[in-house]
Structure formats: C-alpha cells, structure tokens
Design a protein around this ligand. Structure first.
Ligand SMILES: Cc1cc2nc3c(=O)[nH]c(=O)nc-3n(C[C@H](O)[C@H](O)[C@H](O)COP(=O)(O)OP(=O)(O)OC[C@H]3O[C@@H](n4cnc5c(N)ncnc54)[C@H](O)[C@@H]3O)c2cc1C
Length: 343
C-alpha cells in the first residue's frame, strides 16, 4: 500500500494534521496503536485563549475565569471576565477531532501499531490479527507522543522530560488550584482541575529536579493534607517531552510531544500539538508556506524552557522565582496568559 502522507499517532497533533491536510485536498492515513481514539493520561486543562477557536465550547466540562495559586508564602486569586482555562474530557476531544478529520476526508486506522520505520516505508502490525503489512509514503509525520518512534528514527534523543502523574477521582468541585512548593514538587506544581463529575488531581515536575517515585510520594502526602485520600485510586503517569530540536526534516515531520513542543514549565501540550499539526499539514501541502504560527510557538516554547533551566539550578532560586511570579500575578505585573503556550 502507498499513501501520500502517513501520520503515526491519533492524538490532538496527528488529528489536527490529518484534518488540515484533507482540507488542502491531501488524503492522509493516520495509524493509531490504541483500539479507540482519545483516552490519554491528562488533566484535561485547555487554555481558553489559545483553543477557543479550535475546540467547540460544548466540549468544555467546566470553565474557570478564576485561578487559585498557592505557594508556601502566598495564596493568590486571579480573576478575569472570561474563562482563563476550561477542562475537557480527552476521550470526547479525541472523538470530536477524529470525526472532523474523517468528515474532511482523512482515513484513520486504530489498533494498528507501527513497529519499524525504514527509508520511505513502515512495517505495521494489526493488534487483533497480529498480521504485518508494509506501507510506503511520500511524507511521514511523527505525531506519536513523548516516546516517539519517528523521533528515534531521526536519531534525536529526548533529554528534557517532564513527569506528569494524574488521579481522576469522582467529585464535583468548583475551584481550579495550582500549588507551587519546591520542597514537594521541585520546579513543578500540583493541581486540582475539576471536571463535570470527576476531579483531576496530579503533579508535574521536571525530571531533572525530581524522579517519578519521589513526585508520587509528595503528591500523595500533599493530597492527604488537602483532604483527598488517593491511595485507593489508580495513578497514571507519563513523560512529557519538551526537548525541541526541530520539526521539519524534509519529508519527515515531528509534531506535538514527538517534537518536544510541550511546555517544560507547565506541561501544557494540547495547544502546541494542534498548532504544530496544522502547520505541518500546510507545509506539506505547500513547501513554501511561511509558518509564522510555528515561529511564534517555538519562541514561546523557548521562553518556557529557559525559565525551567533557571529554576532547576537550585531549590532556593526556584522558590524565589515561584514567589516572585506569584507576586507578579497578584499585582497584575505578570499576566496569567504569559504562562500559556498561546500568545
Ligand atoms: C499527567 C499529565 C497531565 C497533562 N495535563 C495537560 C493539560 O491539562 N493540558 C495540556 O494542554 N496538556 C496536558 N498534558 C500534556 C498533553 O497530554 C500532551 O502534550 C498532548 O496529548 C500531546 O499531544 P500529541 O498529539 O503530541 O501526542 P499524544 O496525545 O501523546 O498522542 C500520541 C498518539 O500516538 C500513538 N502512538 C504512539 N506510538 C505509536 C506507534 N508506534 N504506532 C501507532 N500509534 C502510536 C499513541 O497511542 C497516542 O494516541 C498532560 C500530560 C500528562 C502526562
């Protein structure tokens, strides 16, 4: 079988790329190893300014014009007229994006894992029948997340990784909270993100400053103090790749987490995945496409990465930066949108 563009991974990046390619008249084949599209370890927070035009409002489970930020020294409440962040169910987001891509003309095959990449072709395996097949392509898009096979095929290592741990527990809370505490979470943070009838409670940290076991221990300890007994619930954890080393490699492209485009500062990755997916599609359709959106995204990513590197230097500096940033948010000198990947 031969296809014009093969996209590996049906996350938000791969689906945005497939939809945009189809809108440009190019039929892409998306291969997804999972049996269904959408489920993903995630807190489901979408920054409203960046995604409002791309995610239908009815997908938002809860919207938050108020953010609560806690540090060892400050408790800050930031309020805006319109929602700053909304929560979405990743399964529903995935299903909706897949439907849009299919309606535009893309082809999606689930339960199909890409095993090997060779020059201009891949070997894929159907998970149910275990049958193998060869697919050749003109363009290859690696939208296969933080442990990307395409990235490894290009010889790129991922040295800068964040760790995200999430518990999705039943509950109906109204307040979105961020807790920064260097002693517990290194240069990361813990969150409470309410969904419609569940709550995402989790923690994110740069792997440089904290290992997964220590982060989980801190999270359980902290959550207990907040009144959440997480011991009986299932923790789900994944790496978040923020080691960006390029996205356009001629006939091979990397997008989203595979490209290392998630924020190292906050772990926000849905917006960068969608933007890089759309821009990759426009570049494949027209190699002369001038990708200003990609330049802006890379610039923002770089700013976040520099802040992570600075805060990872030592605990005192990190605590100081966290307190100064929170003070800035309280006084209005720092806008919350500065912490988002959208401009
Ligand atoms: C705990 C946690 C909380 C998070 N919270 C947020 C949040 O609140 N807001 C936010 O914006 N971001 C959040 N993120 C980050 C966000 O989930 C990712 O950045 C985003 O999903 C990246 O999208 P993607 O399309 O690049 O990759 P993914 O969503 O990872 O999709 C990659 C797809 O590729 C498939 N795949 C991989 N290898 C193969 C293969 N060989 N063959 C076929 N298919 C393959 C995978 O099954 C997967 O479906 C969080 C991450 C974690 C871990």
């Amino acid at each position: 079988m031969h296809v014009h563009t093969l996209i590996i991974g049906a996350g938000p990046g791969g689906l945005a790329c497939a939809r945009t390619l189809a809108q440009q008249g190019i039929t892409a084949l998306v291969l997804e190893r999972k049996k269904s599209i959408g489920p993903k370890v995630c807190a489901g927070g979408i920054t409203w300014s960046g995604l409002i035009s791309r995610v239908p409002e009815e997908l938002a489970e809860k919207s938050f014009p108020t953010q609560h930020i806690h540090t060892p020294w400050q408790k800050v409440r930031i309020e805006e007229k319109t929602p700053i962040i909304a929560t979405v169910n990743r399964e529903k987001l995935g299903q909706q994006m897949a439907q849009q891509a299919i309606e535009a003309g893309a082809i999606i095959r689930t339960g199909t894992i890409v095993r090997t990449i060779k020059e201009k072709k891949v070997i894929v395996q159907d998970r149910a029948s275990e049958q193998k097949e060869e697919i050749s392509f003109d363009y290859l898009v690696g939208a296969d997340g933080s442990s990307s096979l395409v990235r490894r095929h290009l010889g790129l290592r991922s040295r800068r990784l964040g760790i995200g741990i999430n518990y999705q527990i039943p509950g109906n809370l109204q307040q979105m909270e961020w807790h920064l505490n260097n002693r517990l979470f290194g240069n990361g943070y813990a969150w409470i993100f309410p969904h419609s009838d569940t709550v995402s409670i989790g923690a994110y940290a740069d792997k440089e400053t904290m290992g997964p076991t220590q982060l989980k221990t801190s999270l359980l300890h902290w959550a207990g103090k907040q009144g959440f007994q997480l011991g009986n619930h299932r923790a789900r954890a994944e790496y978040i790749n923020y080691d960006f080393q390029g996205w356009n490699f001629g006939h091979t492209f990397l997008i989203g987490d595979a490209a290392g485009l998630a924020s190292g500062l906050t772990g926000e990755g849905i917006y960068p995945a969608i933007i890089s997916g759309e821009e990759t599609a426009l570049t494949i359709a027209n190699p002369k496409h001038c990708s200003n959106s990609m330049d802006t995204l890379i610039n923002k990513h770089d700013q976040h990465s520099r802040m992570v590197r600075l805060s990872a230097k030592n605990g005192f500096l990190n605590s100081l930066l966290a307190e100064l940033m929170t003070l800035g948010l309280r006084t209005g000198m720092v806008k919350f949108h500065k912490l988002e990947m959208a401009v």
